[in-house]
Design a protein around this ligand. Structure first.
Ligand code: ADP
Length: 448
């Protein structure tokens, strides 16, 4: 059911309840007042009967005349239904039915085009000894007037209540629905035309609807940003894979054409294909690692000092290069994933070795409750402009050199994404021609 229909239904329900309430008030008031009129008339009838019984000497008509109700009539009806006596106020018509009954009754008789009448019938012994019916009635003229006034008062009161509520319903549904409709329309357009359209929140007050529109716009910004990043990533990744694939393809063609009779070419081609396959494998593994770092890895307490020692040992075994390791603290616990943290250490040391020729220095220390891991090299250095970009995916300062050293341009992007996932920071300070220092900072956890 649409929101507008729901609001309309709710206001109709409100109207119905109001009408029912007003009608009940009207009839309740009528019944209570009519009952009290009847009771008064019954008491008056009893007084008449008592007076008749206790004053047999006074002429009945005089006595009855003295008790004639303001807008009423007193009748004495014989056993055969004939009127023995009828006394009435001149303004009153004598249309009221009369019949003999030995039962006492109190009724309100409704009349067409005239006020209702309260009628009391009571059997009495008449002065000739016969049983007759005494009928005392009173036209409820005052009640009728009051009811007419009450009717108008209730109608006016209902209108006073209904009109604002109807207007409020319409205004509310417009006010609520227009931003929601705009939102739906924008969403549909975005889905249909693959757009990143936002909503104009305008100068509206800062209510929930404004919050909804603002959140929607923020979501669109976020999605657009991510989508563009993904697009760049896919295009960069395909571009990166294109070079090794075309190298493999050309060597394979060369092998097919002249490889059989030329053993030198054969060896060269196989080597090139092997190295390009390695490169592709590394690229794919790094891309996977970049995607994996986005999902939450299992965290545990890791001793950074020990992790560095282990990783440096692996490097020392594989490369004939000097790595100076300075551990300023014997044990440094951080919360993290050991594989991922080792990957960061590996990337930074590997880069330092790749982009310099002298010794490199690794320092592990603690400052302000943070674990600090530094890798310093004395190589070519990185200019300030390049420092801003080296953490971007696939960015390499010198593509040709990077290719020679097997660089993919993904290492620092991976390291940064791991640092972010560990609530840490990865930064660089560097001077061209002097060298660079990469710093990983992680929050320390206390042992207990
Ligand atoms: P790559 O696989 O190319 O090394 P990285 O993301 O690790 O990719 O590094 C990006 C670029 O930053 C490298 O291509 C290189 O130009 C530069 N770089 C990284 N580390 C250093 C360093 N220690 N000294 C100088 N340049 C560096």
């Amino acid at each position: 059911m649409k929101l507008r229909t729901k609001i309309q239904l709710f206001s109709s329900l409100f109207m119905l309840v109001l009408i029912l309430l007003v009608t009940s008030i009207y009839y309740l008031f009528y019944n209570i007042t009519a009952d009290s009129e009847l009771e008064q008339l019954a008491a008056q009838t009893n007084t008449i009967v008592e007076t008749l019984n206790s004053n047999p000497g006074i002429p009945t008509n005089d006595l009855l005349g003295a008790y004639l109700p303001t807008d009423g009539m007193i009748r004495v009806i014989g056993e055969d239904g004939s009127l023995i006596t009828e006394l009435k106020k001149p303004t009153i018509s004598s249309d009221l039915a009369h019949e003999f009954s030995i039962n006492e009754s109190q009724t309100i008789v409704s009349q067409e085009n005239a006020a209702d009448v309260a009628v009391i019938s009571k059997p009495i012994i008449w002065n000739n000894g016969d049983v007759v019916t005494l009928q005392v009635s009173n036209h409820l003229l005052a009640l009728e007037e009051t009811m007419t006034t009450l009717f108008y008062v209730l109608v006016v009161a209902s209108i006073i209540m209904l009109v604002p509520s109807i207007i409020a319903g319409i205004v509310l549904s417009r006010f609520l629905l227009s931003p929601i409709k705009a939102l739906i329309q924008t969403m549909k357009e975005n889905t249909r035309h693959a757009n990143w359209k936002k909503i104009d929140a305008g100068n509206r007050s800062r209510d929930e609807l404004y919050e909804m529109e603002k959140t929607f716009n923020e979501m669109i910004d976020y999605l657009k940003d991510n989508f563009e990043k993904q697009e760049v990533f896919v295009s960069d990744a395909s571009h990166e894979l294109k070079t090794p694939i075309s190298i493999v393809k050309s060597y394979a063609q060369l092998l097919g054409r002249r490889g059989r009779e030329n053993p030198e070419l054969f060896n060269e081609s196989v080597e090139a294909i092997d190295s390009e396959a390695d490169r592709m494998q590394k690229l794919v593994e790094q891309m996977l690692s970049l995607a994996k770092n986005k999902t939450e890895a299992e965290m545990q307490q890791v001793d950074m000092t020990m992790l560095c020692e282990e990783t440096i040992a692996t490097f020392k075994g594989a490369y004939a290069r000097e790595i100076i390791f300075e551990k300023r603290i014997p044990k440094l616990l951080v919360s993290g994933n050991p594989n991922q943290l080792q990957q960061v250490i590996y990337i930074l040391i590997d880069n330092a070795l790749k982009y310099s020729n002298d010794e490199i220095k690794v320092v592990i220390s603690e400052r302000n409750n943070e674990a600090i891991f530094n890798v310093t090299d004395y190589g070519q250095g990185i200019s300030e402009k390049e420092q801003e970009r080296i953490f971007d995916r696939f960015y390499r300062i010198d593509k040709a050199r990077s290719r020679d050293t097997g660089g993919t341009g993904l290492g620092l992007a991976i390291a940064k994404s791991i640092a972010d996932a560990h609530n840490g920071r990865l930064s660089v300070t560097s001077n061209v021609g002097v060298g660079s220092t990469f710093t990983l900072t992680l929050p320390i956890v206390n042992e207990n």
